[in-house]
Design a protein around this ligand. Structure first.
Ligand SMILES: [Zn+2]
Length: 461
C-alpha cells in the first residue's frame, strides 16, 4: 500500500468513521480492490475505482461535458484527423486497450481534457493556437498520460476514503462494487464533470508531461512539439490570463514544467532531433477550421464580455462572428444566451431553433430551445423538447423538472407532480427544487409550508 500516508491527512472524526485501513481493506468486497498495480509505474497504489468503473464513469459524465462545449465539431475531416493522431499515441501507451475516443469540440476557449475511460477532447479554440502536428501530439499525449497513470481514479479513491463513503464494515461498499459506484455517482449529483475534471496535482502534471513525451516520440514525433506547446501556453497566459483560466485550473502550468521538458529533450530524447514536427500536414488538415478562425476569435471576445455582463458589446461581436461563419452552432447558441441574459426571450428563441436545425441531436440546443418554448408559453412543444433532450443526454435530473414544469403549464397536475417527485428525489436545492416542492405542497401531495420560488427557468438571468 503505497499511499498509506494519506491517513495522516484525516481528521480524527474521519478516521474513526472510516476505521483503520486494514478494516477498510477487509470491508472492500469482491470486485473492488483496495490496491492495484499502476499501469505506468507497475507499483501498487491505493485504488478503489476499478477500470470498469473508470469506463462507466466516463460514459456517464463525458457526454454532458462535450455538450456543454457545444458538441464535437461537424467538420468530420478535422475531427478524424485529430482522432487519428490521438489513436497513434494511445496505441503506444501503457493502456492501449482502453476505449479511447478523441474529439474536437465547438467551444471557443482554450482547453483540453481527459475522462478516466479514455474520452479526450480539445476545443477548437486550442486547436487554432497550435502550429504543428507534434504540438497536437504533445497536447493529446499529455491527456493520454493522465488516463494511463489513472490520475482521476486515484484522486477519486482518496476522496472516497476521506469523505467516509467507504465506511466501517463496508456499509456502503457492500458486496458489489456497484454500491460504491452508486454512492459515487450520487455524490456527483449526476453530473460530476467538474469533479472529474478538477485540478490535477503538480506531480500528476509532471507525470503526464513525461508520459506525453514518451508516447509522442514512440509514435515518431519530435518532442520539441511538447516544448513549443508549453511555450505557447505560457506566453498566452502571460498576455491573456483569462483566456487560459480553465486550462490552467485543471492542468497547472509552470515554467518548471517547460524547463523539465527542455531538459529531457537534451538527455532522454537526445536522439530524436531529426524526428518530424509535421507542420505542413497539420496546416493542411486544419485548413477548413482555420477559415473560421476570425469568427472563433470574435466569439472568444464575446464570451469574455458576457462574463463581464457587457451584453450589448457581446451581441455585436457574436453578430460579427455569425456574419463570418453563418450557421455556426456555438455562435447561434451564444447569441441566444446573450439575449437570454438580457431577458430578450423572443429574440433568443429563433437562434436556439436555428442552432437546433444546424446540429440535429445536439442536446444543448434542445435544452435551451425547450426553456425558451416555456418562456413563450408553448408548453407542449417544450415538453417534447425535454423528452428528446432526456433521450439525447440521459441522467440529467433537471429534464424531469422541466417536463414537470411543461405539464404544469398545460394544466396536467398529476403528470407534473409525478415529474416533480422524480426530480426532488435527485435534487433538493436551488430554485427548481423550491418550485417543485411548493407546488407539491400547494396541490396537496405533501404537507409542508407554502411558498414561492424565484424564476426556476433562468435563475441566474
Ligand atoms: Zn494535465
Amino acid at each position: 500500500m503505497e499511499n498509506i500516508n494519506i491517513v495522516r491527512r484525516w481528521t480524527r472524526r474521519e478516521f474513526l468513521r472510516a476505521g483503520s485501513l486494514a478494516a477498510l481493506a477487509a470491508a472492500v468486497g469482491p470486485g473492488l480492490a483496495a490496491c492495484a498495480k499502476n499501469p505506468v509505474t507497475g507499483e501498487s497504489q491505493f485504488m478503489l475505482v476499478s477500470e470498469k468503473e473508470e469506463i462507466s464513469l466516463d460514459k456517464q459524465a463525458s457526454p454532458r461535458q462535450l455538450s456543454t462545449d457545444y458538441g464535437p465539431i461537424r467538420d468530420m475531416e478535422v475531427n478524424d484527423y485529430v482522432s487519428g493522431v490521438g489513436t497513434s499515441l494511445s496505441g503506444v501507451s501503457h493502456r492501449p486497450d482502453m476505449p479511447y475516443n478523441f474529439h474536437v469540440v465547438n467551444a471557443n476557449y482554450v482547453n483540453a481534457y481527459a475522462f478516466p475511460g479514455g474520452t479526450i477532447a480539445c476545443t477548437r479554440g486550442i486547436l487554432l493556437e497550435l502550429d504543428s502536428e507534434a504540438e497536437l501530439a504533445g497536447l493529446l499525449g499529455h491527456e493520454i498520460g493522465h488516463v494511463n497513470a489513472r490520475h482521476t481514479a486515484a484522486r477519486m479513491s482518496s476522496q472516497l476514503l476521506i469523505s467516509g463513503l467507504v465506511g466501517v464494515g463496508g456499509a456502503v461498499v457492500g458486496a458489489k462494487y456497484g454500491n460504491t459506484w452508486a454512492a459515487l455517482a450520487g455524490g456527483l449529483g449526476g453530473f460530476g464533470a467538474s469533479m472529474l475534471l478538477a485540478s490535477y496535482s503538480r506531480d500528476d502534471e509532471r507525470q503526464a508531461d513525461s508520459l506525453g513525451m514518451e508516447y509522442m516520440t514512440k509514435a515518431g514525433y519530435n518532442p520539441d512539439g511538447m516544448v513549443e506547446l508549453m511555450d505557447m501556453l505560457n506566453d498566452q497566459h502571460d498576455s491573456e490570463p483569462s483566456a487560459l483560466e480553465v486550462m490552467f485550473a485543471t492542468h497547472p502550468m509552470s515554467s518548471e514544467r517547460l524547463a523539465t521538458a527542455r531538459k529531457s529533450i537534451l538527455n532522454k530524447y537526445a536522439g530524436t532531433g531529426e524526428f518530424p514536427l509535421y507542420r505542413e500536414r497539420f496546416m493542411d488538415n486544419t485548413a477548413s477550421l482555420r477559415k473560421i478562425a476570425p469568427a472563433v476569435e470574435d466569439l472568444q471576445k464575446a464570451e469574455k464580455l458576457m462574463g463581464e455582463k457587457k451584453y450589448g458589446q457581446a451581441e455585436t461581436l457574436v453578430g460579427s462572428a455569425l456574419k463570418k461563419a453563418p450557421g455556426d452552432y456555438a455562435g447561434l447558441l451564444i447569441m441566444s444566451k446573450c439575449y437570454v441574459a438580457q431577458e430578450k426571450y423572443d429574440e433568443a428563441l429563433p437562434y436556439a431553433e436555428k442552432a437546433r436545425a444546424v446540429y440535429p441531436g445536439e442536446p444543448q440546443a434542445m435544452q435551451l430551445g425547450g426553456l425558451l418554448q416555456i418562456k413563450s408559453g408553448k408548453y407542449e412543444a417544450a415538453y417534447e423538447d425535454f423528452k428528446e433532450y432526456d433521450k439525447a443526454l440521459p441522467g440529467d435530473p433537471y429534464a424531469a423538472f422541466y417536463k414537470g414544469y411543461s405539464q404544469e403549464g398545460m394544466g396536467h397536475v398529476d403528470q407534473a407532480a409525478r415529474e416533480y417527485v422524480k426530480f426532488l428525489k435527485q435534487v433538493n436545492q436551488g430554485e427548481q427544487a423550491k418550485h417543485a416542492y411548493y407546488r407539491l405542497v400547494e396541490w396537496g401531495y405533501i404537507q409542508g409550508e407554502a411558498g414561492h420560488a424565484a424564476d426556476p427557468l433562468f435563475p441566474e438571468a
